[in-house]
Write a protein that binds this ligand. Structure first.
Ligand SMILES: Cc1cc2nc3c(=O)[nH]c(=O)nc-3n(C[C@H](O)[C@H](O)[C@H](O)COP(=O)(O)O)c2cc1C
Length: 311
């Protein structure tokens, strides 16, 4: 028997929220929403699931990128306003676009000396040169170079990186080669990963996840987990993750960014900072609206310096 009382109308809202899902997954989402709402109610010592508790639960259960689906039911007027605002961004004068930078780590606490001579590898999985991801990576690279480090940058789309074939030769105990696929990964990119001190790791959000080029690249890192590899990542390396998306919600795809951070960590690369640029509409005046915002670029530049200092 259900101990919790649900405020009138909330069950209908669950149905409307889940209406978009095919039957094969609909019940799972309905169960998750109900379970989580009652959990929050219990945590707050309440036997009633109120409207407030319910929406809190919805935002906890759905990934951030589902926000338009949520607003469709919760606040259609806000959804319309957000969509219009986003579309109108195309017409705003350069520098006035409401593009937003979110930096996950604060400034470096102590003005420690900046280590010199670091080898920084920068990878961009976005094909759009001069796009937001690219502008941010270039600003970070400039900060690193200005402060005594060497930066080598690659557009992953310019390299020949074939898909993992799933042969699992890299899992064998007598592994002789990291990977059997012959391409730019085996030719030189694995070597660059081993040799780098730090990684600037940039990707855009496409269809609510990392873009395909980045997913393909990360599949090819899987061989680095083989415990029998004679050559393994020497020590823990550092990464600064850069991500860009169009939706104006600055936390919309945090789950995807976190997933990439965890994946990097599984391969001995620890992320010390994240720079997210959201609300990137504004193509009318050229790509990479972030370049029109000096205050953002200066934060990015500082993050580049802090990255070199990060312990
Ligand atoms: C195929 C494709 C799918 C996209 N999907 C999303 C999406 O799901 N959510 C979103 O907010 N933006 C989405 N975008 C917009 C990009 O994330 C946004 O334009 C980003 O700033 C691109 O990075 P760039 O400026 O470095 O090229 C998509 C863009 C493309 C081309």
């Amino acid at each position: 028997m259900n101990k919790f009382q649900w405020q009138d109308g909330l069950m209908e809202k669950i149905e409307s929220l889940c209406a978009i899902f095919p039957p094969v997954i609909k019940n799972r989402w309905r169960d998750r929403l109900m379970y989580n709402s009652e959990k929050i109610a219990a945590y707050n010592g309440s036997s009633q699931v109120t409207e407030d508790i319910f929406w809190r639960s919805v935002y906890e259960v759905f990934p951030g990128g589902y926000e338009p689906l949520i607003l469709r039911i919760k606040d259609p007027e806000k959804l319309k306003a957000d969509m219009l605002q986003s579309r109108n961004q195309e017409n705003l004068a350069p520098g006035t676009e409401p593009v937003q930078l979110t930096r996950w780590a604060g400034n470096s606490p102590a003005p420690a000396a900046i280590p010199q001579g670091k080898k920084i590898l920068a990878v961009n999985s976005c094909l759009r040169t001069g796009g937001n991801t690219d502008v941010m990576i270039d600003e970070l690279a400039r900060a690193c170079r200005d402060n005594g480090s060497a930066v080598e940058k690659f557009y992953l789309g310019d390299l020949t990186i074939k898909p993992c074939t799933g042969c699992r030769a890299c899992r064998k105990a007598d592994v002789k080669t990291i990977c059997t696929v012959k391409d730019d990964m085996t030719e030189f990119m694995y070597g660059k990963l081993y040799e780098m001190d730090g990684l600037i790791f940039g990707f855009p959000i496409y269809t609510a996840r990392e873009n395909g080029i980045m997913a393909n690249f990360m599949d090819r890192w899987d061989c680095l987990s083989n415990p029998y590899l004679t050559r393994t990542m020497p020590g823990l390396k550092k990464a600064l993750v850069v991500c860009s998306w169009m939706w104006p919600n600055p936390v919309a795809y945090d789950n995807i960014v976190e997933q990439m951070i965890i994946l990097l960590r599984l391969h001995s690369v620890e992320t010390t900072d994240v720079l997210v640029v959201s609300g990137t509409r504004g193509k009318k005046h050229g790509r990479g609206v972030v370049k029109n915002h000096p205050e953002i670029l200066s934060t990015v530049y500082q993050a580049g310096i802090d990255f070199l200092r990060a312990p």
